[in-house]
Design a protein around this ligand. Sequence first.
Ligand SMILES: *Cc1c(COP(=O)(O)O)cnc(C)c1O
Ligand SMILES: [Zn+2]
Length: 396
Amino acid sequence: MGSYLSHLECTACGGAVSAEGVQTVCPSCGKVLLPRYDLEGVRRGVRPRAIGERPRSLWRWFEVLPVRDPAHIVSLGEGDTPLLPAPRLGRTLGCPHLFIKDEGLNPTGTFKARGQAVAISRARELGVKGVVIPSAGNAGGAMAAYAARAGLPAYVFMPRDAPEANRKECTVMGARLELVEGHIGDAGRASRALAQRLGLLDLSTMREPYRVEGKKVMAYEIVEALGWRFPDAIVYPTGGGTGLVGMWKGFREIEALGWAEGPLPRMVCVQAEGCAPIVQAFLAGKGSAEPVPHPHTVATGLRVPAPFADYLILRALRESGGAAVAVSEAEILAALREMASLEGVFPCPEGAATLAGLKRLLAQGVIDPDGRIVLLNTGSGLKYLDVLPLGSSPAV
Ligand SMILES: *Cc1c(COP(=O)(O)O)cnc(C)c1O
Ligand SMILES: [Zn+2]
């Protein structure tokens, strides 16, 4: 078992960069770097069905992950979350093949664990001395957990109004937490300054090349769970876009490996009306997004007013023949109750937003109700108890 990582490639200028040292953004143009693999080698050396016989873990996909030596893996049991059929919810929507990929079962309660497991493992392998991140909440919590497990010092910059669970998970796991006024963009400036001053690796969304690799594994797991067939649509709550860009990369790799037959799924981006830079750009036919001046939504993971990878998210939506839709706070809360009461999944508000977005797109005739549709529930609603207005139960 070995990684087939070959190099890093710039998504803007196309330049190739060595993957054997610590890298952040493209040294020539400052844009996003993505890892590339010798997929021909993987194709010859690995049978996808053999991967299915390995112990359940994100690390079953080691050959298409960037860690060279398995001894450097830092794991808390991430990945291999269930792809749950959602028949009761599907019946109310007229969608006979509806699924929920429930990422709430990951360590730290969200899919951010996937990205941090891979980024921290690779950072430790490359000899990084400490890590820092600006986070809307869950990425910081996950980084704190994996840094603790790796024995690395960790620093997190988070908006003051992030959910209580996010603030407490950072401090209990020994990270230094600084609360900033404003949103993740404001946290980003403080984080980059500290990275420079203390020589830390900045794990900001899409500003380092490996978090996206942990998230891409969701694509492999979904296709495997469907019997090595692609779904028709992936409905994804988009903030910084790591998951959407990562999964699209994963689907393309699976196609290149010949492990599933096309067509590839349509990628669908759902955002909150209070912060929908990608939806606005997509609907306007633009290749990049305008920053949102006063971002607000209870779905804190979607409160990313100026995603660094805007052009990559938009590229994935267009290449896949996808769609984008914004939903209101009321729609998010109604969808949250609906998913929870019909399927027993207590979604995070971001995950609930995918259901609200699907309803809109079905009504607009944009999505085929008969296709295999996957809603990404990116985390557990249990992390949001203090920010969700859920009211009390009806009396017995
Ligand atoms: C971070 C986050 C998102 C957005 O993820 P991206 O991949 O950065 O777009 C969605 N849901 C939850 C729960 C998150 O923590
Ligand atoms: Zn470049």
